[in-house]
Design a protein around this ligand. Sequence first.
Ligand code: G6P
Ligand code: MG
Length: 216
Amino acid sequence: MKKGFVFDLDGVITDTAKYHYIAWKELAAEIGIEIDLKFNEQLKGISRMDSLERILTLGNKNDAYSSEEKDALASKKNTHYVQLLQSLTPDDLLPGVKTFLEEAKHKGIPCAIASASKNAPFILDKLGVMQDFDVIVDPATLSKGKPDPEIFIQAAKGLNIKPSDAVGFEDAQAGIDGIKAAGMYAVGVYSGEELHGADTIVEKLTDLSIDELLAK
Ligand code: G6P
Ligand code: MG
């Protein structure tokens, strides 16, 4: 019997990947690197600095900037990204999310957010679902990003359950790998890219029965 749910944010609760893409694309263009939607898939679930490093690697520019300059580039991208997030409302929740969270609450199942995003509290607040989560892992406290299982293990700890008693939800391959490495049951939320290793794959949370999941 499962005892708690651990959710990724971007691509599972709401679709912010499009805003990350707009902001990274503009930043990359400013330094002479072109990124496309396919490349953007690689940035899902990856931290801000790791995303910047991947973009610089694409443009063969890893050594072109000091760490202070890289911080400034990441911060510029984030300022633009946060501007784009201002328009978020509860209507931007992905289909079925609110109902799923309400049903979980009704059944007494605690929920956590395990997102690499330092903007997670701001986004949850704009979406009006902050109070639906018992735990939001602070990515600043982690030593390794996804696909390392650390963030998922910390989420389970926050919920006071064993990772093997949790169900994890992810739209990115790095996240599915992290969930499985933590020993959780993995639900893949399909967003157009193939996901390997998930225990089940759905297009939206309404495709799931909470009771069936809890019985896994
Ligand atoms: C999520 C997204 C990534 C993003 C990361 C950090 O994992 O899927 O694309 O890079 O969060 O987000 P942040 O808001 O801290 O820049
Ligand atoms: Mg995601």
